[in-house]
Design a protein around this ligand. Structure first.
Ligand SMILES: C[S@@+](CC[C@H](N)C(=O)[O-])C[C@H]1O[C@@H](n2cnc3c(N)ncnc32)[C@H](O)[C@@H]1O
Length: 313
């Protein structure tokens, strides 16, 4: 029997009020709101209270286990089944295709609370703790084919170095990728301990290497980039997108995509040949960050940054 109370107590939402307060609901038509990273539905359960009975709320999560738990909790959140809720077990990289399947081509609000849930971080079998001995997997979506072991045992030394540099600018990238290749000539990597043992230095280095592999396994940055671009296209005029990120690269991607969408031309030709039209107004000149109080209550919130923008065409 799933102990929901215990699970709920292990996850605290980040920037909860900031996200919920930024949502405006209209009474004049159907609000179609998308939560791209549902998990513990803390954000969703507050937002649902603001919605009208004729509205639609779409919940994405790549992790089937998280959606199953949300289903159990659904009646409590959606009292009287007042709102149409659509659960989609998919990576948000498939946002456009998944919505098309439901005949939805316009949305009025979309938000992302990137990163993992606290439960993922606590469950080392699926995630990246180097302190426990588990199979090298790290897949968020268990149906995808590439595991951490595939990367560690299969990527070339140059490719390994590239991901360690790209995702964390890890100064030991060269040395660690060489060690990995050396070790696997004798024996394939099977567990988190196998990997942890050959990474020299401090816990910070191990943590960075493990996170870089997790980002690569789940193609996290590509997913964000593709999904944000599609989300902006799907948004109706005057409606908003809100993104909470925890990794500087995620925030940089969000910032760049938003910035690009505030420009009328994005090519370098003397006479514009791209025909790009600005589609967004950025509402957060500086990212929103947690208050000292929130960080005190939940130290995992300390690296959070949120950006919000409004569709203008
Ligand atoms: C930080 S939690 C969300 C917490 C939630 N907003 C709340 O208030 O409780 C992030 C969730 O997003 C999911 N997730 C992460 N990356 C994803 C992706 N690319 N596609 C779909 N879901 C993803 C994870 O499985 C996790 O459940």
């Amino acid at each position: 029997m799933t102990d929901l109370k215990e699970i709920e107590s292990r996850h605290i939402s980040v920037l909860l009020d900031e996200l919920v307060d930024s949502i405006n609901i209209t009474d004049e038509k159907k609000n179609i709101i998308v939560d791209c990273t549902l998990w513990m539905w803390w954000h969703a359960s507050k937002i649902i209270k603001k919605m009208n009975p004729w509205d639609v709320f779409i919940w994405f999560d790549a992790d089937i286990q998280n959606l199953e738990l949300a289903k159990i909790r659904l009646d409590k959140i959606n009292t009287n089944n007042k709102i149409e809720i659509i659960l989609i077990n998919s990576n948000f990289i498939n946002l456009k295709d998944e919505l098309e399947k439901k005949w939805i081509n316009k949305i009025t609000w979309i938000y992302y609370d990137l990163w993992l849930s606290s439960l993922h971080l606590d469950e080392a079998d699926r995630w990246f703790s180097f302190m426990l001995n588990w199979p090298l997997d790290m897949r968020l979506d268990k149906s995808s084919w590439k595991t951490a072991a595939d990367i560690i045992n299969g990527y070339t030394q140059a490719n390994l170095r590239e991901i360690f540099m790209k995702y964390w600018e890890e100064p030991w990238s060269n040395k660690i990728s060489a060690r990995i290749v050396e070790h696997r000539k004798k024996e394939k990597f099977k567990t988190t301990t196998d990997l942890s043992e050959i990474i020299p230095g401090w816990p910070k280095t191990k943590s960075r290497i493990f996170q870089a592999i997790r980002i690569e396994v789940n193609q996290e940055l590509e997913a964000i980039e593709t999904s944000l671009k599609d989300a902006i296209k799907l948004l109706e005029k005057n409606w908003k997108i809100f993104v909470i990120s925890f990794h500087s690269l995620e925030d940089r991607i969000t910032k760049h995509i938003f910035k690009k969408e505030t420009k009328d031309c994005i090519c370098t030709d003397l006479i514009c040949s791209c025909g790009h039209k600005k589609s967004l107004k950025v509402l957060t000149k500086k990212p929103i960050i947690p208050t000292d109080e929130e960080i005190k209550e939940n130290s995992r919130s300390r690296s959070a940054k949120a950006r919000c923008a409004e569709k203008i065409i």
